[in-house]
Write a protein that binds this ligand. Structure first.
Ligand code: UGA
Length: 447
């Protein structure tokens, strides 16, 4: 390491959580060393290159260069008084969280002379803290403290979320450890939720599950709106103004994806099941989301008949805007379903590159290229660029003027007056798009 000054904070894992947390803790004035096992990643970071897309993160790393060090060496970290664990906990085949990276950190900790605190930021099953505590004790590391300090960062706004948190949750086995962790966040104006370790672990899982529940709930309301003639956007506004309910996470669409909700939903469901409890509501929430992605196919078939030989433009591939993250993105399910139906799929995304994940899809450089000759354009991710999709230029380029708006991004009236047949989610259906005379429409039932 270049510096003489000893960093106060060590971070295991230079992934998305580790980098955002490291950069933000440095911004709060702490000296931070971030360690990763992938040398190329560390090399890139040392050279000032970001290995992922997150607004504001590059600037933050640059601004705090003096306070940030990147390393592959374990030794550079273990003398830091506070060590954050920010490693991945992906799902296993059973839906349980894979904690192997967490255990590698715990197992690799040398017998420290000085007192340190291991702080878990990775999302882990309830009970992990107890197990880590027991493992540390068994390894002669009883003097190393343990705390759970879950992250509530959303991709695309993670820096803002870190610097303006709704709350800081700290679960610890001792008051002293809780105080040390909480003090790191002192410059931030946020309530401190000081709880036991298991509750801190559950707060993270429950918060994500609740957010998923809200989305699946509004998506089911949207589906009933379609069947009954109500408009889910108006409904969500009217519901969300109730102060007991609030307006957030009531955007109907083609469902959630990402690196967190699918994994954390499965992990909580599995955790409950392993503990002998069938979490019925969460199971339904997950199933509703799985089906929601596929409803787009039904909407396309309603307008176009059989999709074999039809050309469909998928606009937006990332699981949400302002990220290049494709993990569990609804676009992947949709593209695969459309290919299975024999459709030609033309995809566009301003950032995400899905060419290694999807075989048989034509990837396009621009929205216009993707919609050229298409029978339908599907808005999969609500990128800013797509707000002007219902234009004369796009109308002229498409073979059939059909827009299926999977994120309710457009104004239906404006899209229709621009000459498009428009289908949103939970909004009044459009008259069917005109097909060329040579083609017959075979009416299909929606899923
Ligand atoms: C989510 C949580 O929002 C964070 O608080 C949490 O820290 C993070 O998971 C995590 O566990 O690390 P993230 O997955 O980045 O963050 O993204 P969200 O903004 O929550 O969106 C997730 C998905 O839900 C996206 O596919 C989005 O399109 C969808 N969504 C969101 C809706 O369909 N409707 C909504 O109203 C909101």
């Amino acid at each position: 390491m270049k510096r003489d000054k000893k960093p106060a904070i060590g971070i295991f894992g230079a992934g998305w959580v580790g980098l955002v947390s490291g950069a933000c803790l440095a911004e709060l004035g702490h000296d931070v060393v971030v360690r990763d096992v992938v040398p190329e990643r560390i090399e890139a970071l040392r050279a000032g290159r970001l290995p992922l897309h997150e607004p504001g993160l590059g600037e933050l790393l640059e601004r705090n260069r003096e306070r940030l060090t990147f390393t592959t060496e374990l030794d550079d970290l273990v003398s830091t008084p506070i060590m954050f664990v920010c490693v991945g906990t992906p799902p296993t085949h059973s839906g349980d969280a894979d904690l192997s990276a967490v255990w590698t950190v715990v197992d690799q900790l040398p017998v420290l002379e000085e007192r340190g605190i291991l702080v878990m930021k990775s999302t882990v099953p309830v009970g992990t803290g107890e197990k880590v505590r027991a493992a540390l004790d068994a390894r002669g590391l009883a003097h190393v403290g343990y705390a759970s300090n879950p992250e509530f960062l959303s991709e695309g706004s993670a820096v803002k979320d870190f610097m303006n948190p709704d709350r800081i949750v700290v679960g610890a086995f001792t008051e002293a450890d809780a105080g040390s962790v909480a003090s790191l966040y002192e410059p931030l104006d946020a309530p401190l939720v000081r709880v036991d370790v298991a509750s801190a672990e559950m707060i993270k899982l429950a918060a994500n599950a609740f957010l998923m529940t809200r989305i699946s709930f509004i998506n089911e309301i949207a589906n009933v709106c379609e069947a009954t003639g109500a408009d889910v956007e108006q409904v969500a506004q009217g519901v969300g103004l109730d102060h007991r309910l609030g307006p957030h996470f009531l955007r109907a669409g083609i469902g959630w994806g990402g690196s967190c909700f699918p994994k954390d939903g499965a992990a909580l469901k599995q955790l409950a099941s392993n503990s002998g409890y069938h979490f019925q509501l969460l199971s339904a929430v997950i199933e509703v989301n799985d089906l929601q992605k596929r409803r787009v196919v039904g909407k396309l078939e309603k307008h176009l008949g059989k999709l074999s030989g039809k050309s469909v433009a998928l606009l937006g591939l990332a699981f949400k805007p302002n990220t290049d993250d494709l993990r569990e993105a609804p676009s992947l399910v949709l593209a695969s379903r459309l290919l299975a139906e024999g459709a030609e799929v033309r995809a566009w995304d301003p950032v995400a590159d899905a060419s290694h994940l999807l075989q048989g899809v034509t990837f396009c450089e621009s929205v216009l290229e993707a919609v050229t000759g298409a029978d339908a354009a599907v808005i999969v991710t609500e990128w800013e660029e797509l707000k002007t999709l219902a234009s004369a230029e796009v109308l002229g380029a498409m073979r059939h003027p059909l827009i299926v708006d999977g994120r309710n991004l457009l104004e239906p009236a404006q899209a229709r007056s621009a000459g498009f047949a428009y289908e949103g989610i939970g909004r009044a259906a459009s008259p069917l798009a005109a097909l060329p005379e040579t083609e017959e429409r075979e009416p299909q039932l929606e899923v």
